[in-house]
Design a protein around this ligand. Sequence first.
Ligand code: NAD
Length: 509
Amino acid sequence: MSDNTLLSTDAIRERALSALRRVGITAPEGTGLTARTPITGRPLFELAATTAEQAEQAVTAAQTAFRTWRTTPAPVRGELVRRLGDLLREHKDDLADLITVEVGKIRSEALGEIQEMIDICDFAVGLSRQLYGRTIASERPGHRLAETWHPLGVVGVISAFNFPAAVWSWNTAIALVCGDTVVWKPSELTPLISLACSHLLDRAAVEADAPREVHRLLLGNRGIGEKLVDDPRVALISATGSTRMGREIGPRVAARFGRSLLELGGNNASIVAPSADLELALHGIVFAAAGTAGQRCTTLRRLIVQRDLADEVVDRLTAAYRKLPIGDPFADGTLVGPLITAAAAEGMRHALARAEAEGGKVLVGGGRRLADEAPDAAYVEPALVRMPEQTAVVREETFAPILYVLTYDDFDEAIALNNAVPQGLSSSVFTRDQQEAERFVAADGSDCGISNVNIGTSGAEIGGAFGGEKETGGGRESGSDAWRAYMRRATTTVNYSSRLTLAQNVSFL
Ligand code: NAD
């Protein structure tokens, strides 16, 4: 399919400025950080990077605000998040524009990311009246035993480029209703959407009569993130990004006995079993593997197909891949936008060369598009690679659209292949065999934090807890009871009798 014509960098800059103005930000200013667009690969604006001293002040402000915020009734805290949700609804198009400008997401996926933020705000508002503790039967007469959840403190949120706004909202909406305050260090690749989100929360705070210092934004590279990581006043570091990043910061936070919530890399697989509805499976596979240009943590990277079906599945996928519209993410009809940087495209080329050296065959894709029109951008063709086995390159996460195809003979082997990687984020099976489906989601099935049946690996709803095992870091964010990570638990025993009874029938004096 032909590539569509790209907007010029000037037109993209103007689009970003208009979106920022509508949100309420006049123009980016300062120096130290460059906002770029992957659509042309060119710089857009210079912005002020946060200094170490400003980062220190931000934590001080958030810590001071915490003292009043923690005793503000939770449903009143929920009013701030309700107002934020209203503003996100009002500025949905503007924020989606900024995501497309900075990350290159196609329109529908950029809008989807903002919808996810609205959804988590709704969820958090409801949660603000449901931060349930429990009463536990005491073994002692005249005693009440209870468990209560209290606000934790300052939460440091470090986020990745690929969900530059949704990940912030998962953490921030929940942390705020839990009575915490937030200091956010977004990806250095996405300062504009970060400024816009932070500005809308500031506005919501003013309108909801909440302290503005419940949230502070730090713009900069990993050095400024390290300030948060090492600051003992930051009770929880919630960090989303590569396993490399998690490996660096996890031990640093642990060394000061801080808490960390890690959402790291994935290497997600889908199994295609003989009874699968192939039409449905192919749709699910193409979206999960090529959507967001392969730049989701839940992107499908490994396809484990029953041997007898493999040729048909591969042929149909190859045909679908050839038709994928690649190009300007703002244009109607585009399904695959650019990779975030030229380095990401280089990483893809390198992985494909390794796959071939390890016995793989590239069936389709891997080439570059729009190289003449946008030499600094990184438009790539999603690649499908047949592999003889799960080799070293297949066990790694390459953050680009490469789908490795493996085959299996019996279902146990498929589950073993699914689990035989260091990461444990998302997984799925396409089958109409109930025993296989149940086996896949059972205790001895997929070892991932997400195990789906008859859908792909990506595109989770906010209602469930999101996260994964092993090198994915073990953290859970978003819905269900993930809120507990943002609070501290107090166990309370109240003796309302006039006798001091000791537990376990101990007598003393
Ligand atoms: P990255 O690790 O390069 O950066 C993520 C963030 O961490 C950035 O803000 C960066 O500045 C910061 N950072 C990096 N090193 C740091 C350090 N030593 N101290 C403090 N901060 C540091 O990741 P990326 O390229 O932005 O994002 C892609 C990666 O994120 C992929 O591996 C993807 O799977 C993962 N991801 C995971 C999830 C999840 O929920 N599991 C979600 C989105 C992305």
